[in-house]
Design a protein around this ligand. Structure first.
Ligand SMILES: NC(=O)c1ccc[n+]([C@@H]2O[C@H](COP(=O)([O-])OP(=O)(O)OC[C@H]3O[C@@H](n4cnc5c(N)ncnc54)[C@H](O)[C@@H]3O)[C@@H](O)[C@H]2O)c1
Length: 253
């Protein structure tokens, strides 16, 4: 990966910043001198992220918001514009995962998965596009190796991640002759809280679970965060419509 460029005087929105990859991305962007708007539904986790960045002299704002609603997504962009006057990058990292047998999956879990993982990036991007076009900015959508594999017990999650991949490619084509860049980072398994939910599956088939295990181990969160941050910077000017797998080879089959 090439070196990212400085984000001094540039503003970036990071969703899911209370958690593993979102927090690590906030740290990576802080090292690049970005001004940040950190968004999460979990107020305590968000406050912890902010305290970890506290030694920084930069403008870092936090916003507790439930991204499963369109109006909250629009409010995030409006808040960023009010604080910064512009937006240079949007990193869509927030997601939910409810692993379960399909027969146990509730309609509430289905709707929530679609809303947070797929609709929220769409509404955030839609509202941010005029500002991103003005700044010649960048959208980085975080998907998953699950977008490319048939993995058991996570059908709704996989469907949203595949959908977000195609949304990104479609927008990249739509904006081919305009100045906003759209890219995807698709990680494999990282040691964060989202993976703990896998323990909740009732009587999983161990043979099928074994197929989800990475042969080369877990993916380093910081490597993924560095890549997301790089794509957010103007240094990644030729990356447009890319899907970057960082997955220890799990998508090889
Ligand atoms: N950890 C992995 O193994 C793995 C693998 C592939 C892809 N990913 C992707 O990486 C990204 C980051 O996940 P993570 O591993 O850091 O997990 P995480 O659970 O630590 O982070 C997800 C964050 O999203 C926030 N969030 C959930 N619902 C929200 C809502 N309605 N509104 C606002 N914020 C909300 C959570 O509070 C949490 O802080 C996700 O897009 C995930 O799908 C993770």
């Amino acid at each position: 990966m090439m070196q990212p460029s400085s984000m001094r005087d540039k503003s970036v929105i990071v969703t899911g910043a209370g958690g593993g990859l979102g927090r690590a991305t906030a740290e990576a962007l802080t090292r690049l001198d970005a001004n940040l708007l950190l968004v999460d539904i979990d107020a305590d986790a968000l406050a912890e992220t902010k305290s970890l960045l506290a030694s920084s002299q930069l403008s870092t704002f936090t916003l507790v918001q439930d991204l499963s609603s369109q109006s909250d997504c629009y409010a995030v962009i409006d808040y960023a514009l009010k604080q910064f006057g512009g937006i240079h990058a949007l990193c869509n990292i927030a997601a939910v995962l409810f692993p379960a047998n399909v027969s146990d999956f509730t309609s509430q879990q289905w709707e929530s998965t679609l809303a947070v993982n797929l609709s929220a990036p769409f509404y955030l991007i839609q509202r941010a596009l005029p500002a991103l076009e003005e700044s010649q900015g960048s959208v980085v959508n975080v998907t998953s190796c699950a977008a490319h594999l048939g993995q058991p017990y996570i059908g709704a999650y996989s469907a949203t991640k595949a959908g977000l991949t195609q949304l990104t490619k479609s927008l990249a084509m739509e904006y081919m002759n305009r100045k906003v860049r759209f890219n995807v980072v698709a990680p494999g398994g990282m040691a964060t809280s989202i993976t703990h939910a896998m323990r909740n599956i009732k009587s999983p088939d161990p043979q099928l679970l074994g197929r989800m295990a990475p042969l080369r181990g877990m993916v380093e969160i910081e490597e993924v965060a560095h890549t997301v941050a790089y794509l957010a910077t103007p240094a990644a000017s030729s990356f447009h419509g890319a899907v970057i797998n960082i997955d220890q080879g799990i998508t090889l089959g």
